[in-house]
Every structure is written in C-alpha cells, then in structure tokens.
Write a protein that binds this ligand. Sequence first.
Ligand code: CTP
Ligand code: MG
Length: 227
Amino acid sequence: MKCTALVLAAGKGTRMNSSVSKQFMELDGFPLVYYALRAFEQSMVDDIILVTGQQEIEYCRREIVEKYQFQKVRCVTAGGSTRYLSVYNGLCAIQDTDIVLVHDGARPFVTDEIIERTVQAAVHYGSGVAAVRAKDTVKLVNEEQFAVQTPSRDSVWLMQTPQTFSYAKLCQAYETVLAQGLSDLTDDAMVLEAAFHEPVRIVEGSYRNIKVTTPEDMEIAAVFCRK
Ligand code: CTP
Ligand code: MG
C-alpha cells in the first residue's frame, strides 16, 4: 500500500499580514513549512509532493528540499489561486498511489500518531480526517449578527489536517466539483460531501496540531517549539 502526502504551501498568508509568506516565516531557525515536511519524511508515508507558488518553486527546491535533504519529496509543483485548486494541482502531480494525505504546510506540529490514525481510517472507511472537539460553545450567526442556533457541543468538531483519502476517490470527487463549477470549498472533506454527499470519517487530531494563521499563532508555535 503506497501513501503520498501533499504538503500545501501555495497560500498568500493574508491573515498573517507579514512581508514573507507565512509558510516561509522563520520558526526556531527553520522555515515554517520545514516542520511539516520533516514530520512526513520521518513517517510511514512513501512520497511527498510539495505544492507552492510558481515563483517559490526554485527557492523551495534549493533552500528547503536540498538544504535539509528531504529524501521523500518527489516533486515541487505549482499551486493555484485557492486551496482547493492547489490540492487539485497536487493530485495531478502524483504518478501512482493508493492513499493520499492532504496537509496544510502551515501546521507544523502534526505527529506520527495523527498521520497513522488518518491512514488507518482511510484504509477502512475511504477517508480519515483529523479534528478536535470544540472547546468553546459554537453559535451560528445570521447576517444581522444575531446568534440563531447553538449546535450541541458534543457534535461540533474543528477540522484539521491531514485529511486522508483513497487516492482514486479524492480525484473523482475533485473532478466532480470542478465540473460543477463549485468553489469556496475550504477543506477536502467538503469536497467529498459536495461531490458524493458522503460523510467523511473523523479521527482524533490534537490541540497542538494548530494551523498558523494569524500573528498570535506564531507566538503559540514558538512556545510549542521550545518543548
Ligand atoms: N494554500 C495553498 N494554496 C492556496 C491557498 C492556501 O496551498 N491558494 C495552503 C496554505 O499555504 C496553507 C493551507 O493551504 O498551508 C491552509 O490555508 P490558509 O491557512 O488559509 O493559508 P493562506 O491561504 O496562505 O492564508 P490566508 O487565508 O490568511 O490568506
Ligand atoms: Mg486561505
């Protein structure tokens, strides 16, 4: 059984508000995306595809893949204008695999255990998506900014990555939603829901597996790094 990880690093990092794209910002001496690549390099996955901006391919090859000698990175390829187009480009760059793990390059603290849990679920159920239970009460809010609904906290989970699937199934789902012209799909689970109305299997992620999104997340990441 062959497993391939897509590591996404083609975003603009608008919410980080920094001059350097957040995936290349320095965290404890290394560019942010280095940590996710290292986690997969040391994991059960066979291959890694790094998806980045067209302008950043050379930099990634030289300053990250070669410099840190990541042996499993098979290719560095260009992403698209949205996350889901970046995933689609990454899927197209895979030659052959059974299982694909889609991971945000901006999540430095993914672990072996999480990676393996998602893969096992994908083998059993076709999908395995890392997530954590919401700690706060969640409200659905209308356009006038009034809270209109309170889902039971037990049923609210916050999605993380890796989001792991049978490769054939995820490709089919992406082709279906692209043909329907859908956009605004912010994670891969949504793509499966939209394409096949099929629920994905949720597995336990971790509260440490944060996505670095805003400047305060960099501060939290620096604390996690010191451990
Ligand atoms: N991503 C990508 N291609 C895009 C958009 C996002 O590969 N066109 C990647 C990001 O690099 C990141 C992950 O998807 O690793 C999660 O996206 P997000 O946290 O939203 O990152 P950005 O889109 O870069 O940030 P922002 O939304 O604040 O602009
Ligand atoms: Mg984004």
